[in-house]
Design a protein around this ligand. Structure first.
Ligand SMILES: C[S@@+](CC[C@H](N)C(=O)[O-])C[C@H]1O[C@@H](n2cnc3c(N)ncnc32)[C@H](O)[C@@H]1O
Length: 283
């Protein structure tokens, strides 16, 4: 009788110790990475959920440009480092063009640095945020370059308004108008390849349909894009560029056509922050 009472006591003690240590381990491992979609411009076009997560975060990874735009919500003491160091910017852009291999080696090094750092933070129970412009799932560089292969279990994405949405609003047209059969979000390198050698057949096929085509990152190679389109589309094809979509002071809409766009774009210097929209809605 005495032995069995002891046994019961030992059993309960062991069960308590097990539950306690399990809860300590679990509580010590509740860190997470959030990839925040910050929208096309400033905080007034960012989802409140993303702002709330940003303000509560322990550690922030972001570029100095986005930090400036969100200065009200980014505590500089929490910014660990710029994950794009050596990958983005003028010098890195030149390297990417002249020595792609070396640039990719930098990306790989930075990817390892970022992933190791984030994992270490998560294991220490910290909340880490990475700030992406627009929506992280539409040509968002974090998922594409730095977090490739990172385990899904460790991160959550807070969606953001993409440049596409802000540019549609600036155009004041439905992207899915009456005759539109589908909307295509793309970029020159996705459709045509880096050297513009691909996709003649695709473009030829596309020309049979009423489509809204949205091109991210198209301005720096617009001459090559126009050359391709001229093979399969009439010169009257409507083409618009929305610069700085969502920026109250800087937003600008340039409505043009396939035949005139190259001349029209000469009037504007900006080669990055503009979205090219092609189709009826661009009229
Ligand atoms: C790397 S992609 C990032 C896209 C972003 N994730 C999004 O959802 O908008 C960068 C390209 O997005 C477009 N872009 C981003 N923000 C923009 C804005 N405010 N106005 C116009 N185009 C913008 C430009 O074509 C730019 O070259």
């Amino acid at each position: 009788m005495k032995i069995s009472r002891h046994l019961i006591l030992i059993f309960f003690l062991a069960a308590f110790l097990f539950c306690f240590s399990a809860s300590v381990c679990f509580a010590g491992n509740t860190g997470k990475l959030y990839i925040l979609g910050m929208g096309p411009s400033g905080p007034d076009l960012t989802a409140p959920r993303a702002i709330a997560v940003l303000e509560k975060a322990d550690t922030i990874l972001c570029s100095s440009r986005i930090q400036k735009r969100f200065w009200k919500h980014v505590d500089p003491n929490k910014v660990a480092f710029n994950p794009w160091e050596g990958i983005h910017g003028e010098e890195a852009g030149k390297l990417r063009k002249t020595d792609y291999k070396q640039w990719i080696a930098r990306v790989e090094k930075q990817k390892k640095k970022v992933q190791d750092f984030v994992l270490q933070q998560i294991k220490a129970g910290k909340t880490v945020v990475m700030l992406d412009g627009g929506d992280p799932c539409v040509y968002g560089p974090s998922l594409y370059w730095l977090l490739k292969g990172f385990d899904d279990r460790y991160f959550e994405i807070i969606p953001g308004m993409s440049a596409f949405n802000a540019a549609s609003a600036a155009l004041k047209r439905p992207m899915t108008g009456e005759n539109t059969q589908f909307v295509m979000l793309t970029a020159p390198f996705s459709l045509f390849g880096d050297s513009y050698k691909k996709a003649d057949e695709v473009l030829q096929d596309l020309s049979k349909y009423k489509t809204t085509m949205v091109f991210y990152m198209a301005l720096s190679s617009i001459d090559k894009l126009v050359e391709k389109f001229k093979k399969y589309y009439p010169l009257e094809l409507p083409m618009s560029v929305v610069y700085y979509a969502g920026y109250p002071e800087k937003e600008r809409v340039l409505r043009s056509t396939l035949g005139t766009i190259l001349d029209d774009l000469k009037k504007v210097d900006e080669k990055w922050l503009g979205l090219l929209i092609i189709g009826e809605c661009a009229k």
